[in-house]
Design a binder for this molecule. Structure first.
Ligand SMILES: Nc1nc2c(c(=O)[nH]1)N[C@H]1C(S)=C(S)[C@@H](COP(=O)(O)O)O[C@H]1N2
Ligand SMILES: [Mo]
Length: 411
Protein backbone atom coordinates (compact mmCIF):
# COMPACT_ATOMS: atom_id res chain seq x y z
CA UNK A 1 0.00 0.00 0.00
CA UNK A 2 1.21 3.50 -0.76
CA UNK A 3 1.12 5.94 2.15
CA UNK A 4 2.04 9.20 0.60
CA UNK A 5 0.15 12.25 1.87
CA UNK A 6 0.50 13.76 -1.56
CA UNK A 7 -1.48 11.02 -3.25
CA UNK A 8 -5.10 11.14 -2.06
CA UNK A 9 -6.23 9.29 -5.16
CA UNK A 10 -3.97 6.36 -4.34
CA UNK A 11 -5.18 6.35 -0.74
CA UNK A 12 -8.76 6.36 -1.92
CA UNK A 13 -8.00 3.44 -4.19
CA UNK A 14 -6.41 1.62 -1.24
CA UNK A 15 -9.49 2.24 0.89
CA UNK A 16 -11.66 1.03 -1.92
CA UNK A 17 -9.57 -2.08 -2.26
CA UNK A 18 -9.96 -2.78 1.44
CA UNK A 19 -13.72 -2.23 1.36
CA UNK A 20 -14.30 -4.48 -1.60
CA UNK A 21 -11.69 -7.17 -0.86
CA UNK A 22 -13.49 -10.53 -0.73
CA UNK A 23 -13.88 -11.89 2.78
CA UNK A 24 -13.26 -15.59 3.43
CA UNK A 25 -16.34 -17.61 2.69
CA UNK A 26 -17.93 -19.35 5.70
CA UNK A 27 -17.76 -23.19 5.71
CA UNK A 28 -20.24 -24.69 3.25
CA UNK A 29 -21.60 -26.88 6.06
CA UNK A 30 -23.28 -23.78 7.50
CA UNK A 31 -25.27 -23.31 4.34
CA UNK A 32 -28.50 -24.78 5.55
CA UNK A 33 -32.22 -24.13 5.48
CA UNK A 34 -33.16 -21.06 3.47
CA UNK A 35 -29.48 -20.46 2.64
CA UNK A 36 -29.46 -23.51 0.36
CA UNK A 37 -29.37 -22.96 -3.38
CA UNK A 38 -32.86 -22.88 -4.88
CA UNK A 39 -34.76 -22.50 -1.61
CA UNK A 40 -37.02 -19.87 -3.06
CA UNK A 41 -38.68 -21.10 -6.18
CA UNK A 42 -41.43 -18.60 -6.91
CA UNK A 43 -40.77 -16.61 -10.06
CA UNK A 44 -42.24 -13.61 -8.31
CA UNK A 45 -38.99 -13.05 -6.43
CA UNK A 46 -37.80 -11.08 -9.37
CA UNK A 47 -35.52 -8.07 -9.89
CA UNK A 48 -37.66 -6.42 -12.59
CA UNK A 49 -40.66 -6.52 -10.25
CA UNK A 50 -38.64 -5.40 -7.23
CA UNK A 51 -37.28 -2.40 -9.14
CA UNK A 52 -40.74 -1.29 -10.25
CA UNK A 53 -42.15 -1.59 -6.74
CA UNK A 54 -39.08 0.23 -5.45
CA UNK A 55 -39.67 3.11 -7.83
CA UNK A 56 -43.24 3.49 -6.53
CA UNK A 57 -42.06 3.31 -2.95
CA UNK A 58 -39.44 5.96 -3.63
CA UNK A 59 -42.05 8.35 -5.03
CA UNK A 60 -44.45 7.77 -2.13
CA UNK A 61 -41.64 8.10 0.40
CA UNK A 62 -40.51 11.40 -1.12
CA UNK A 63 -44.07 12.74 -0.94
CA UNK A 64 -44.32 11.66 2.71
CA UNK A 65 -40.95 13.19 3.55
CA UNK A 66 -41.68 16.57 1.98
CA UNK A 67 -45.21 16.87 3.42
CA UNK A 68 -43.95 15.55 6.76
CA UNK A 69 -41.27 18.23 6.92
CA UNK A 70 -43.91 20.83 6.08
CA UNK A 71 -46.01 19.57 8.98
CA UNK A 72 -42.99 19.67 11.25
CA UNK A 73 -42.37 23.25 10.19
CA UNK A 74 -46.02 24.22 10.69
CA UNK A 75 -45.89 22.84 14.25
CA UNK A 76 -42.54 24.28 15.20
CA UNK A 77 -42.90 26.74 18.08
CA UNK A 78 -39.74 28.61 17.02
CA UNK A 79 -39.43 28.54 13.21
CA UNK A 80 -36.85 30.67 11.39
CA UNK A 81 -39.57 31.69 9.01
CA UNK A 82 -43.24 31.37 9.96
CA UNK A 83 -45.35 28.79 8.11
CA UNK A 84 -47.48 30.63 5.52
CA UNK A 85 -51.11 31.38 6.40
CA UNK A 86 -52.35 31.35 2.78
CA UNK A 87 -53.96 29.62 1.08
CA UNK A 88 -56.16 28.82 4.09
CA UNK A 89 -56.34 25.16 3.01
CA UNK A 90 -52.56 24.77 2.68
CA UNK A 91 -52.06 22.59 5.75
CA UNK A 92 -55.26 20.70 5.06
CA UNK A 93 -53.88 19.63 1.68
CA UNK A 94 -50.27 18.90 2.69
CA UNK A 95 -51.30 16.84 5.71
CA UNK A 96 -54.09 15.06 3.85
CA UNK A 97 -51.57 14.09 1.17
CA UNK A 98 -49.06 13.01 3.82
CA UNK A 99 -51.44 10.56 5.46
CA UNK A 100 -52.80 9.27 2.13
CA UNK A 101 -49.33 8.69 0.66
CA UNK A 102 -48.32 6.87 3.85
CA UNK A 103 -51.41 4.65 3.65
CA UNK A 104 -50.82 4.02 -0.07
CA UNK A 105 -47.31 2.86 0.79
CA UNK A 106 -48.50 -0.03 2.95
CA UNK A 107 -49.46 -2.55 0.23
CA UNK A 108 -46.46 -1.60 -1.93
CA UNK A 109 -44.06 -1.99 0.99
CA UNK A 110 -45.46 -5.37 1.99
CA UNK A 111 -45.32 -6.74 -1.57
CA UNK A 112 -41.83 -5.37 -2.10
CA UNK A 113 -40.66 -7.12 1.08
CA UNK A 114 -42.25 -10.34 -0.14
CA UNK A 115 -40.54 -10.04 -3.53
CA UNK A 116 -37.07 -9.39 -2.12
CA UNK A 117 -36.98 -11.29 1.19
CA UNK A 118 -35.15 -14.32 -0.27
CA UNK A 119 -32.16 -12.01 -0.66
CA UNK A 120 -31.94 -11.99 3.12
CA UNK A 121 -30.44 -15.46 2.70
CA UNK A 122 -27.80 -14.77 0.06
CA UNK A 123 -24.65 -16.82 0.28
CA UNK A 124 -22.10 -15.90 1.47
CA UNK A 125 -23.98 -13.57 3.83
CA UNK A 126 -21.19 -10.98 3.68
CA UNK A 127 -18.92 -10.85 0.62
CA UNK A 128 -16.86 -7.80 1.57
CA UNK A 129 -16.74 -4.96 4.05
CA UNK A 130 -18.74 -2.77 1.66
CA UNK A 131 -21.30 -5.49 1.06
CA UNK A 132 -21.64 -5.89 4.86
CA UNK A 133 -22.22 -2.16 5.27
CA UNK A 134 -24.80 -2.15 2.53
CA UNK A 135 -26.64 -5.04 4.19
CA UNK A 136 -26.54 -3.20 7.52
CA UNK A 137 -28.10 -0.14 5.86
CA UNK A 138 -30.90 -2.42 4.61
CA UNK A 139 -31.67 -3.27 8.22
CA UNK A 140 -32.12 0.45 8.88
CA UNK A 141 -34.12 0.90 5.69
CA UNK A 142 -36.57 -1.96 6.27
CA UNK A 143 -36.78 -1.32 10.02
CA UNK A 144 -37.20 2.42 9.48
CA UNK A 145 -39.84 2.07 6.76
CA UNK A 146 -41.88 -0.42 8.82
CA UNK A 147 -41.56 1.78 11.90
CA UNK A 148 -42.70 4.90 10.02
CA UNK A 149 -45.70 3.15 8.53
CA UNK A 150 -46.63 1.44 11.81
CA UNK A 151 -46.32 4.53 14.02
CA UNK A 152 -48.15 6.66 11.45
CA UNK A 153 -50.98 4.14 11.29
CA UNK A 154 -51.14 3.84 15.07
CA UNK A 155 -51.20 7.61 15.41
CA UNK A 156 -54.16 8.08 13.09
CA UNK A 157 -55.94 5.31 15.00
CA UNK A 158 -55.18 7.11 18.28
CA UNK A 159 -53.33 4.09 19.62
CA UNK A 160 -50.24 5.33 21.48
CA UNK A 161 -48.75 2.00 22.42
CA UNK A 162 -45.18 3.08 21.67
CA UNK A 163 -42.97 4.47 24.41
CA UNK A 164 -42.01 7.75 22.74
CA UNK A 165 -43.69 11.00 21.79
CA UNK A 166 -45.06 10.38 18.31
CA UNK A 167 -43.94 13.53 16.43
CA UNK A 168 -40.37 13.22 17.72
CA UNK A 169 -40.06 9.49 16.95
CA UNK A 170 -41.74 9.81 13.55
CA UNK A 171 -39.52 12.79 12.66
CA UNK A 172 -36.21 11.13 13.51
CA UNK A 173 -37.41 7.84 12.04
CA UNK A 174 -37.93 9.71 8.76
CA UNK A 175 -34.32 10.93 8.64
CA UNK A 176 -32.90 7.50 9.42
CA UNK A 177 -35.10 5.92 6.75
CA UNK A 178 -34.25 8.65 4.23
CA UNK A 179 -30.51 8.19 4.82
CA UNK A 180 -30.75 4.43 4.45
CA UNK A 181 -32.85 4.87 1.32
CA UNK A 182 -30.22 7.13 -0.20
CA UNK A 183 -27.54 4.49 0.44
CA UNK A 184 -29.82 1.80 -0.99
CA UNK A 185 -30.58 3.76 -4.16
CA UNK A 186 -26.88 4.52 -4.59
CA UNK A 187 -25.92 0.87 -4.18
CA UNK A 188 -28.65 -0.43 -6.48
CA UNK A 189 -28.78 2.27 -9.12
CA UNK A 190 -27.17 0.32 -11.95
CA UNK A 191 -28.91 -2.96 -11.09
CA UNK A 192 -32.25 -1.19 -10.85
CA UNK A 193 -31.71 0.61 -14.17
CA UNK A 194 -31.05 -2.69 -15.89
CA UNK A 195 -34.03 -4.30 -14.15
CA UNK A 196 -36.33 -1.46 -15.17
CA UNK A 197 -35.19 -1.79 -18.78
CA UNK A 198 -36.38 -5.39 -18.77
CA UNK A 199 -40.03 -5.84 -19.67
CA UNK A 200 -42.13 -7.18 -16.84
CA UNK A 201 -43.35 -10.60 -17.80
CA UNK A 202 -47.08 -11.08 -17.98
CA UNK A 203 -46.49 -14.78 -18.40
CA UNK A 204 -47.69 -17.06 -15.65
CA UNK A 205 -44.64 -19.19 -14.96
CA UNK A 206 -44.52 -22.22 -12.67
CA UNK A 207 -41.48 -22.70 -10.42
CA UNK A 208 -38.48 -24.15 -12.31
CA UNK A 209 -38.49 -27.98 -12.56
CA UNK A 210 -42.12 -28.06 -11.48
CA UNK A 211 -43.74 -27.53 -14.82
CA UNK A 212 -46.72 -29.62 -13.71
CA UNK A 213 -47.48 -27.40 -10.67
CA UNK A 214 -50.31 -24.95 -11.18
CA UNK A 215 -48.84 -21.47 -11.39
CA UNK A 216 -50.56 -18.69 -9.51
CA UNK A 217 -49.81 -15.21 -10.74
CA UNK A 218 -47.69 -13.43 -13.29
CA UNK A 219 -45.27 -10.69 -12.27
CA UNK A 220 -47.26 -8.12 -14.15
CA UNK A 221 -50.46 -9.23 -12.41
CA UNK A 222 -48.80 -8.95 -9.01
CA UNK A 223 -47.61 -5.42 -9.81
CA UNK A 224 -51.04 -4.44 -11.12
CA UNK A 225 -52.85 -5.81 -8.08
CA UNK A 226 -50.42 -4.07 -5.74
CA UNK A 227 -51.04 -0.73 -7.44
CA UNK A 228 -54.79 -1.44 -7.34
CA UNK A 229 -54.63 -2.27 -3.60
CA UNK A 230 -52.72 0.92 -3.00
CA UNK A 231 -55.28 2.97 -4.93
CA UNK A 232 -58.13 1.25 -3.08
CA UNK A 233 -56.58 2.16 0.28
CA UNK A 234 -56.47 5.78 -0.85
CA UNK A 235 -60.08 5.75 -2.01
CA UNK A 236 -61.42 4.28 1.23
CA UNK A 237 -59.36 6.68 3.37
CA UNK A 238 -59.52 9.95 1.44
CA UNK A 239 -63.14 10.50 2.54
CA UNK A 240 -61.88 11.72 5.90
CA UNK A 241 -60.79 14.90 4.19
CA UNK A 242 -62.41 14.88 0.71
CA UNK A 243 -66.13 15.34 1.37
CA UNK A 244 -67.53 13.68 -1.78
CA UNK A 245 -65.64 10.49 -0.87
CA UNK A 246 -66.90 10.47 2.73
CA UNK A 247 -69.45 7.67 2.13
CA UNK A 248 -66.57 5.43 0.95
CA UNK A 249 -64.31 6.16 3.91
CA UNK A 250 -64.38 2.63 5.30
CA UNK A 251 -60.80 2.69 6.55
CA UNK A 252 -60.78 6.26 7.82
CA UNK A 253 -60.90 6.54 11.60
CA UNK A 254 -62.96 9.75 11.18
CA UNK A 255 -66.00 10.68 9.19
CA UNK A 256 -65.70 14.44 8.66
CA UNK A 257 -69.51 14.77 8.71
CA UNK A 258 -70.06 13.28 12.15
CA UNK A 259 -69.86 15.30 15.36
CA UNK A 260 -71.62 18.14 17.13
CA UNK A 261 -72.40 20.99 14.71
CA UNK A 262 -71.41 18.66 11.85
CA UNK A 263 -67.73 18.57 12.77
CA UNK A 264 -65.67 15.81 14.45
CA UNK A 265 -64.31 16.34 17.95
CA UNK A 266 -60.84 15.25 18.89
CA UNK A 267 -60.97 15.85 22.61
CA UNK A 268 -64.23 16.50 24.40
CA UNK A 269 -64.65 19.07 27.18
CA UNK A 270 -65.23 16.20 29.61
CA UNK A 271 -62.03 14.45 28.56
CA UNK A 272 -60.10 17.71 28.92
CA UNK A 273 -61.62 18.33 32.37
CA UNK A 274 -62.85 21.82 31.47
CA UNK A 275 -66.64 21.49 31.68
CA UNK A 276 -67.03 23.48 34.90
CA UNK A 277 -64.54 26.22 34.00
CA UNK A 278 -65.87 26.60 30.45
CA UNK A 279 -69.50 27.01 31.54
CA UNK A 280 -68.75 29.23 34.56
CA UNK A 281 -70.67 32.56 34.16
CA UNK A 282 -67.65 34.26 35.74
CA UNK A 283 -65.54 33.29 32.68
CA UNK A 284 -63.29 36.12 31.51
CA UNK A 285 -60.78 36.05 28.65
CA UNK A 286 -57.49 37.42 29.95
CA UNK A 287 -55.49 39.45 27.45
CA UNK A 288 -51.92 40.25 28.45
CA UNK A 289 -50.07 43.35 27.36
CA UNK A 290 -49.08 46.80 28.62
CA UNK A 291 -52.79 47.35 29.39
CA UNK A 292 -54.00 43.91 30.54
CA UNK A 293 -57.68 43.21 29.92
CA UNK A 294 -60.30 40.81 31.18
CA UNK A 295 -63.12 40.41 28.69
CA UNK A 296 -66.50 38.85 29.41
CA UNK A 297 -68.48 37.08 26.68
CA UNK A 298 -70.62 40.22 26.39
CA UNK A 299 -67.46 42.32 25.89
CA UNK A 300 -66.35 39.97 23.15
CA UNK A 301 -69.76 40.00 21.50
CA UNK A 302 -69.63 43.81 21.43
CA UNK A 303 -66.45 43.80 19.33
CA UNK A 304 -66.53 43.61 15.52
CA UNK A 305 -67.60 40.08 14.53
CA UNK A 306 -65.89 38.38 11.58
CA UNK A 307 -67.06 35.23 9.79
CA UNK A 308 -64.75 32.99 7.82
CA UNK A 309 -64.89 29.55 6.25
CA UNK A 310 -61.83 27.77 7.65
CA UNK A 311 -60.86 24.12 7.96
CA UNK A 312 -59.83 22.16 11.03
CA UNK A 313 -57.04 20.01 9.63
CA UNK A 314 -55.89 17.41 12.09
CA UNK A 315 -52.39 15.98 11.81
CA UNK A 316 -54.12 12.59 11.74
CA UNK A 317 -55.31 13.35 8.23
CA UNK A 318 -58.99 14.17 8.75
CA UNK A 319 -60.20 17.64 8.02
CA UNK A 320 -63.49 19.50 7.84
CA UNK A 321 -64.57 23.04 7.13
CA UNK A 322 -66.79 25.23 9.22
CA UNK A 323 -68.04 28.78 9.14
CA UNK A 324 -66.55 30.34 12.21
CA UNK A 325 -67.63 33.66 13.67
CA UNK A 326 -65.82 35.63 16.31
CA UNK A 327 -63.34 38.40 16.97
CA UNK A 328 -59.96 38.94 15.36
CA UNK A 329 -57.03 38.04 17.56
CA UNK A 330 -55.31 41.25 16.47
CA UNK A 331 -58.30 43.37 17.60
CA UNK A 332 -58.27 41.74 21.03
CA UNK A 333 -54.50 42.14 21.36
CA UNK A 334 -54.83 45.80 20.36
CA UNK A 335 -57.16 46.38 23.33
CA UNK A 336 -54.30 45.36 25.61
CA UNK A 337 -51.88 47.42 23.48
CA UNK A 338 -49.87 44.30 22.88
CA UNK A 339 -46.91 44.91 20.51
CA UNK A 340 -47.42 43.55 16.98
CA UNK A 341 -44.01 41.96 16.55
CA UNK A 342 -44.19 39.36 19.29
CA UNK A 343 -45.06 35.67 19.35
CA UNK A 344 -48.43 35.24 21.04
CA UNK A 345 -48.99 32.46 23.56
CA UNK A 346 -52.54 31.11 23.65
CA UNK A 347 -53.48 29.17 26.79
CA UNK A 348 -56.49 26.96 27.39
CA UNK A 349 -58.65 26.45 30.46
CA UNK A 350 -57.39 22.89 30.14
CA UNK A 351 -54.72 22.42 32.81
CA UNK A 352 -52.66 19.60 31.37
CA UNK A 353 -52.10 18.07 27.99
CA UNK A 354 -49.85 18.86 25.06
CA UNK A 355 -52.48 20.91 23.26
CA UNK A 356 -53.42 23.11 26.20
CA UNK A 357 -51.32 25.92 24.71
CA UNK A 358 -50.05 27.06 21.35
CA UNK A 359 -48.00 29.87 19.87
CA UNK A 360 -49.02 32.25 17.09
CA UNK A 361 -46.22 33.79 15.04
CA UNK A 362 -46.46 37.61 14.78
CA UNK A 363 -47.67 37.21 11.18
CA UNK A 364 -50.33 34.67 12.19
CA UNK A 365 -51.47 36.84 15.11
CA UNK A 366 -51.84 39.86 12.79
CA UNK A 367 -53.67 37.86 10.11
CA UNK A 368 -57.22 39.19 9.63
CA UNK A 369 -58.52 35.59 9.49
CA UNK A 370 -56.95 34.52 12.79
CA UNK A 371 -60.00 34.45 15.03
CA UNK A 372 -61.14 33.78 18.53
CA UNK A 373 -64.31 32.00 17.49
CA UNK A 374 -67.50 32.31 19.53
CA UNK A 375 -69.81 30.68 17.00
CA UNK A 376 -69.73 27.80 14.53
CA UNK A 377 -72.19 27.57 11.64
CA UNK A 378 -74.11 30.50 13.12
CA UNK A 379 -74.72 28.83 16.50
CA UNK A 380 -72.83 29.37 19.75
CA UNK A 381 -69.79 27.11 19.82
CA UNK A 382 -70.51 23.61 21.15
CA UNK A 383 -68.75 22.88 24.44
CA UNK A 384 -66.71 20.14 22.73
CA UNK A 385 -65.60 22.52 19.98
CA UNK A 386 -64.15 24.93 22.52
CA UNK A 387 -66.96 26.98 24.09
CA UNK A 388 -66.78 29.73 25.17
CA UNK A 389 -63.82 30.79 22.96
CA UNK A 390 -61.53 28.85 20.65
CA UNK A 391 -58.67 29.77 18.39
CA UNK A 392 -59.20 29.18 14.66
CA UNK A 393 -56.57 30.36 12.20
CA UNK A 394 -55.87 29.76 8.49
CA UNK A 395 -53.44 27.02 7.33
CA UNK A 396 -52.83 25.90 10.91
CA UNK A 397 -52.43 22.30 12.12
CA UNK A 398 -55.42 21.13 14.17
CA UNK A 399 -53.26 20.51 17.22
CA UNK A 400 -52.60 24.27 17.38
CA UNK A 401 -56.25 25.35 17.12
CA UNK A 402 -56.52 25.72 20.89
CA UNK A 403 -59.96 25.17 22.38
CA UNK A 404 -61.42 26.72 25.57
CA UNK A 405 -59.05 29.70 25.43
CA UNK A 406 -58.46 31.26 28.85
CA UNK A 407 -55.67 33.67 28.15
CA UNK A 408 -53.47 35.11 25.41
CA UNK A 409 -50.68 37.59 25.11
CA UNK A 410 -47.02 38.13 24.18
CA UNK A 411 -44.86 35.10 24.95
N1 LIG B 1 -57.34 22.76 24.66
C1 LIG B 1 -57.26 21.89 23.63
N2 LIG B 1 -57.42 22.32 22.37
C2 LIG B 1 -57.34 21.46 21.33
C3 LIG B 1 -57.10 20.08 21.54
C4 LIG B 1 -56.94 19.64 22.88
O1 LIG B 1 -56.74 18.45 23.16
N3 LIG B 1 -57.02 20.56 23.89
N4 LIG B 1 -57.03 19.23 20.45
C5 LIG B 1 -56.62 19.84 19.20
C6 LIG B 1 -56.72 18.94 18.06
S1 LIG B 1 -55.60 17.65 17.98
C7 LIG B 1 -57.57 19.15 17.02
S2 LIG B 1 -57.52 18.22 15.60
C8 LIG B 1 -58.60 20.21 17.10
C9 LIG B 1 -59.93 19.60 16.82
O2 LIG B 1 -60.95 20.54 17.04
P1 LIG B 1 -62.43 20.03 17.20
O3 LIG B 1 -62.43 19.02 18.31
O4 LIG B 1 -63.27 21.23 17.49
O5 LIG B 1 -62.78 19.41 15.88
O6 LIG B 1 -58.61 20.84 18.38
C10 LIG B 1 -57.35 21.14 18.88
N5 LIG B 1 -57.50 21.95 20.07
MO1 LIG C 1 -55.62 16.85 15.90
Amino acid sequence: MVHSPGAPVTRLAALRGLATRPLPEPPAGLRRGPFREGSFRSRLHDAALAARLGRWLGVLFAVCLVTGLLSHWAQSPDPWVAFPTRPVWLYRVTQGVHVLAGMAMIPVLLVKLFVVYPRLFTWPPVRSLLHGLERLSLLLLVGGALLQVATGLMNIAGWYAFGFFFPVGHYWGAWVTAGALLVHVGAKLSTARAALAQPLSGEVLPPPDEEDRAPALSRRALLASTVAASAAVVVVTAGQTVRPLAPLALLAPRDPRIGPQGLPVNKSAAAAGVEAAATDPAYRLRVDGPVPRELSLADLAALEQVSARLPIACVEGWSAEGIWTGVRVRDVLALAESPEDRDILVQSLQRNGLYARSVLSPAAARDPLTLLALRLGGEPLHLDHGYPVRLIAPARPGVLQTKWVARLGPR
